[in-house]
Design a protein around this ligand. Structure first.
Ligand code: SAH
Length: 551
């Protein structure tokens, strides 16, 4: 089964924040979204209520709106006529005194309403007649079970509401707590079975997800459906696919699992599986007598995502990086960056390191990911610019560990400090430029001098990362001496300190006036080319840009 999306808890004002956090404690994966300028302390901000709500709805995200039911109804009305995603939508009173399930009956909205109501100690406003009568939605069986045919199910429930009695065949533990009109001789049957069979007119057919398809050879979705059919099993009785660890890199197999809508697991020992039912054509079907919990079978393919947070401000982080953070189970990086990436949920593990042991951190990330975890390594700016992406690849290159090579490795870019600083200043990097780290921790100082000399001679604009530190006090002064051999004292210099962070400071000076005392390790230094110039902003300050031309 596809993981359902984590709920979005949407706030219009600050009044509901406490209630939102109580609901978030119930759904730790949920995000609290606050209207920008009105809500302080939400996990994320949004600018436009209606658009945000419709976007969440379209992407099948459960919505818990801390506002009047009418506001939610109006916002979503344009989407309701067309068929599409129908996630649960609930209105929740800001003070937590009422919870109203509005939409998404089949997505489990009433179940969520009950869970939230229990947390807040109120009664859920359930209006679904079948639910009221029986205390459960018969058409929304719990995790591990799948309803064979929804249309037929609706007829079945209305028959029961019309007074028909029912009996249960098979094992349905959740129905024990339900007040059904039971009778041994009843014509209507709730049938729990993994068997493939057409649902009879008087039957509510529910399949326990109790089968594992162990993929030995090549297998398409079609072949797996056929293998289940040949074993006499319904397609919906499939709990997961299982393959050997070597198959983690098999993209075709991953696509097949997605097409079938089941998790793909790896490396479980055959002895740990339920009994073998049938094996043919490279597919072995194992069947348990109750639903299986796929999370207990082997492990998933782990994922290691190296992201850049951008310079600091959340709106300058790319959405793919945000999503990776939301999905992460483990986060690794300098403590400052992990804090910037937060707030983390209680189920997320932060592995903070203060030291400069980047390779060790990269190896730790691979170890975690190889065990099946979703791991994110965090850098500031761009992860490929003097940051963790290269360290991660060095670790991979050193080890060539087959387990690490099976990890799904991704690198997501970020806005690097030079680009963020340049944008603040205007366009000082508007023509050819180079990025240099002045740190000689990992390269000899004479290499740095040679590069500065060549870049100076080539009239490239330059951005200096790691310009100075307590352990490297003299290097910047020496670098400036070299650049001054090629460039006039009037050459423009931009200093960006803590760009994108609360203490942001941008200043413009010249090569002649620049001294190392104006610079620290949180500063990005841009040295203009011979053509870099100023233009007034109109407020007494200047833009700095390097024109696209030479003349
Ligand atoms: N991966 C980062 C760079 C890491 S090297 C990036 O792409 O931005 C660290 C250096 O980057 C610092 O010494 C400083 O020169 C620069 N830097 C990082 N963040 C900065 C910021 N917010 N403002 C100014 N300079 C920054």
């Amino acid at each position: 089964m596809e993981q359902p999306n984590a709920p979005a808890i949407v706030l219009l004002g600050n009044g509901g924040l406490a209630t939102a956090r109580r609901v978030q404690a119930l759904y730790p994966q949920a995000r609290v979204l606050g209207l920008a300028g009105r809500v302080e302390g939400a996990d994320e901000c949004y600018a436009e209520f209606g658009e945000t709500l419709r976007e969440l709805y379209r992407s099948d995200t459960p919505i818990i709106g801390l506002c009047a039911a009418g506001i939610l109804i109006r916002a979503l009305a344009p989407l309701l006529a067309s068929k599409g995603a129908e996630p649960p939508v609930l209105a929740l009173a800001e003070d937590g005194s009422a919870v109203v399930p509005l939409l998404g009956g089949l997505g489990g909205v009433n179940r969520m309403a009950r869970e939230i109501a229990a947390t807040l100690n109120v009664a859920p406003a359930i209006t679904t007649s079948g639910e009221l009568r029986f205390g459960t939605c018969l058409l929304d069986p719990p995790a591990g079970y799948a309803l064979a045919d929804i249309e037929q199910g609706k007829r079945f429930v209305s028959d029961l509401l019309g007074g028909e009695a029912v009996r249960v065949e098979g094992d349905a533990p959740w129905l024990a707590a339900v007040s059904l009109p039971l009778a041994d001789e009843a014509q209507r049957v709730i049938h729990i079975t993994a068997e493939a069979r057409p649902a009879q007119r008087d039957e509510l057919l529910i399949h326990p997800r109790a089968a594992v398809a162990r993929i030995i050879g090549k297998a398409s979705a079609e072949a797996i459906r056929q293998a289940l059919a040949d074993a006499g099993l319904a397609p919906l009785s499939l709990a997961c696919l299982l393959a050997t660890r070597e198959r983690m890199v098999d993209g075709q197999l991953a696509a097949t699992a997605t097409e079938l809508g089941v998790p793909l697991r790896f490396g479980a020992d055959e002895s740990a599986l339920p009994p073998l039912l049938r094996e043919a054509d490279g597919i072995a079907i194992h069947l348990a007598d109750a639903p299986l919990e796929p999370a207990t079978i082997g492990q998933p393919r782990g994922r290691l995502t190296v992201i850049g947070l951008g310079p600091g401000a959340a709106e300058f982080m790319v959405p793919a990086a945000r999503q990776a953070l939301d999905e992460a189970q483990d986060l690794l990086g300098y403590e400052t960056y992990i804090r910037m990436a937060g707030p983390l949920r209680p189920d997320q593990v932060a592995h903070c390191t203060d030291n400069r042991e980047e390779l060790q951190r990269a190896r730790h990330a691979f170890e975690l990911a190889a065990s099946g975890r979703r791991v994110v390594v965090v850098s500031s700016g761009d992860p490929g610019v003097f940051a963790m992406a290269a360290a991660v690849l060095e670790a991979l290159d050193d080890a060539r560990d087959p387990e690490w090579l099976r990890v799904e490795l991704q690198v997501f870019p970020g806005v690097s400090a030079a680009l963020a600083t340049a944008a603040k200043a205007g366009a000082p990097l508007g023509h050819d430029f180079c990025l240099l780290s002045l740190s000689d921790n990992l390269k000899p100082w004479d290499v740095i001098e040679k590069r500065l000399d060549h870049a100076g001679a080539a009239d490239l604009a330059m951005a200096f990362y790691n310009p100075i530190s307590r352990s490297r006090p003299w290097q910047l002064g020496r670098a400036l001496e070299i650049v001054r051999r090629h460039r006039a004292p009037e050459t423009l210099v931009v200093l960006g300190r803590d760009i994108g962070r609360p203490a942001e400071r941008l200043s413009i000076t010249s090569l002649g006036e620049l001294t190392p005392e104006q610079v620290d390790m949180r500063t990005l230094v841009i040295i203009g080319s011979s053509l870099t110039r100023r233009v007034p902003r109109g407020n007494g300050e200047d833009w700095v840009y390097t024109p696209r031309w030479y003349r």
